[in-house]
Design a protein around this ligand. Structure first.
Ligand code: ASP
Ligand code: MG
Length: 433
C-alpha cells in the first residue's frame, strides 16, 4: 500500500491533471491512496474570498467567487468533452453550496468560517481528478477526508485525534484496499489533503500546506510501504532555487535531519509530516512530477548522508530585539520567565535567542498584530531595542560552506554556532520592509 500526494502545482491546469493521471496509471499496481490539494493558487483565492466575506466587501467577494468558479469550470471543460458529464453537476452543486453560504451573514468566528469556505478548494479539485481518472481507465473511489481525518474544533489549525483517526481510516479504507477475492483488483482511493472534520461533522483544516500531513496521517494509519510527494522540484534541494543560482539535490537524508531542516524554515515538506512516518519507519520520497522516472529524494532512517552537504535556509521579515532589565539585574530565571511568558502570551515563536549578563536577544518573525502587542508588554518591565527588516540565515553542516558570498551586501548582527548549525541574523543593505 502506498500513498501519493499531489500538491496544487501538480493540478494547476488540464495538462497537469492529465500528467497526474499518467503517473497514477503507471504506479506499478498494488493498492494506492491518492491525496490531492486544491488546484493551483485556489487556496490563496479562497482566503481572499473569506476575508472579503468577513469584512463585508460583497463586491470583492462576488468577484473572487466568480474567478474561482470559472477557473474550475474552464479546467473541467477541457478535460471532459461531454457537456452533460456528471462532473459538471457535481461542480455546480459544490459552488452553489458555497454561494448560498456566503450570501448569509457571517458568524463571528473567523477561523470557523475560513475552514468552511477554504475547504471548497480541495473538495472540487478531488471531484475533477477522481472523475478524470475514472474516465481514463483508472478506476477509483473518492472518500471525503472530513470523515477520515478526525480532529478537534481548533479551526484553521486543527489537531488530529490520533486514537480515533487510524481506527476510522482502517475501518473505512481497508475493505477497498484489500480485495476479498484474489481475482479482484486492489483499489485506488482518492481523498482531499489539508481538510479534516470534527466528530460533530464540522469541516476543519490542518494549516496551510497541510496536504503532506494528510498523506502522513493516512500512511501511518494504513501502515503504508511508502509515501511519495510529487512536486515541481527534482527532490529536496540544499537551498531554495529562487534564491540560489546553483543548488544540489540531496538523494537521501534521515527523518531527524528533515525534521531539523523544516524546523529551521525549509518549506519543501510540511513540518508535521515527518513524525508519524518516523514512528512507523515509513519512507518518504520527494519526486518530480515532470520527471517521474528520476529517483528524487528518499527520507528514511539512514543518517549516513546527512552531513555531506550544507543546506541554506532563509527566513525573511525578522525582528531582532535586545531586552534589558530596567533595574540593572542580571538576565537570570526571574527575568527569563517574564520574557518567555510574554512571548507565550502573544503566541510568538522564538527563532533564535542569545543572552549575556545584562541583555537577552531574540529573533522572531514580524507580525502586524502580534509584534506591536508583544513589544508593548515587554516594555512594561524591560528596556527593549529592536531592528526590523532582517533576515535569519541558517546553514546546516556549515563546515562545508563558505559564508562570504552570503554575507556580501549584508551586515552581520548576530551569529550563533552549534556543532552542526550556524545561524546568522543579518541586515540586508537594501531593506526588506
Ligand atoms: N491547498 C492547501 C494550501 O495551499 C493545502 C496544501 O496545498 O497542502 O495551503
Ligand atoms: Mg499547496
Amino acid at each position: 500500500m502506498r500513498v501519493y500526494k499531489f500538491g496544487g502545482a501538480s493540478v494547476r491546469d488540464p495538462d497537469s491533471v492529465r500528467n497526474v493521471a499518467r503517473i497514477i496509471r503507471d504506479h506499478g499496481g498494488g493498492p494506492l491512496v491518492v491525496v490531492v490539494s486544491a488546484m493551483g493558487k485556489t487556496t490563496n483565492a479562497l482566503e481572499m474570498l473569506t476575508s472579503a466575506y468577513m469584512g463585508g466587501d460583497t463586491a470583492g467577494m462576488e468577484k473572487k467567487y466568480r474567478e474561482i468558479r470559472d477557473f474550475h469550470f474552464a479546467i473541467a471543460r477541457e478535460l471532459f468533452t461531454d457537456p452533460r458529464h456528471i462532473v459538471f453537476d457535481v461542480l455546480e452543486q459544490s459552488f452553489y453550496h458555497l454561494q448560498y453560504y456566503i450570501r448569509e451573514k457571517p458568524g463571528s468566528n473567523y477561523n470557523y468560517e475560513y475552514d468552511r469556505i477554504v475547504s471548497t478548494g480541495e473538495l472540487v479539485s478531488t471531484q475533477i481528478v477522481s472523475h478524470y481518472l475514472n474516465d481514463t481507465g483508472v478506476a477509483n473511489r473518492l472518500f471525503p477526508a472530513q470523515k477520515l481525518v478526525i480532529t478537534d474544533a481548533h479551526f484553521r489549525d486543527a489537531h488530529v485525534d490520533w486514537i480515533l483517526t487510524p481506527r476510522v481510516i482502517k475501518g473505512k479504507l481497508n475493505p477497498y484496499l484489500r480485495p476479498a477475492r484474489e481475482t479482484e483488483k486492489p483499489s485506488i482511493i482518492v481523498t482531499q489533503g489539508f481538510i479534516g472534520g470534527t466528530s460533530q461533522g464540522f469541516t476543519t483544516t490542518l494549516g496551510r500546506e497541510g496536504s503532506d500531513y494528510t498523506a502522513a496521517i493516512l500512511a501511518y494509519s494504513l501502515e503504508a510501504e511508502e509515501v511519495v510527494i510529487w512536486k515541481d522540484v527534482p527532490g529536496l534541494l540544499n537551498a531554495d532555487p529562487k534564491l540560489f543560482r546553483e543548488t544540489l539535490l540531496m538523494p537521501n537524508i534521515s527523518y531527524q535531519e528533515a525534521i531539523e531542516l523544516s524546523y529551521y524554515g525549509a518549506t519543501v515538506i510540511h513540518p508535521k509530516t515527518l513524525k508519524p512516518l518516523l514512528k512507523k519507519g515509513i519512507p518518504l520520497k520527494v519526486k518530480s512530477f515532470t520527471d517521474p522516472e528520476s529517483p528524487g529524494t528518499i527520507i528514511n532512517q539512514n543518517q549516513e548522508h546527512d552531513s555531506l552537504l550544507p543546506s541554506y535556509i532563509f527566513k525573511f521579515n525578522q525582528v531582532l530585539a535586545s531586552i534589558f532589565p530596567r533595574d540593572f539585574s542580571f538576565i537570570a530565571e526571574h527575568n527569563l520567565s517574564r520574557i518567555f511568558s510574554d512571548f507565550a502570551k502573544h503566541g510568538v515563536k522564538i527563532n533564535l535567542m542569545q543572552n549575556s549578563a545584562i541583555s537577552f536577544s531574540v529573533c522572531f518573525d514580524k507580525d502586524p498584530v502580534k509584534t506591536p502587542a508583544l513589544l508593548r508588554d515587554l516594555e512594561k518591565n524591560f528596556t527593549v531595542k529592536y531592528n526590523t527588516g532582517l533576515e535569519l540565515i541558517t546553514i546546516r553542516h556549515y563546515e562545508h560552506a563558505s559564508t562570504e558570498p552570503i554575507l556580501h551586501g549584508r551586515e552581520l548582527l548576530l551569529e550563533q554556532k552549534s556543532r552542526t548549525t550556524l545561524q546568522l541574523v543579518v541586515k540586508p543593505n537594501e531593506p526588506q520592509d
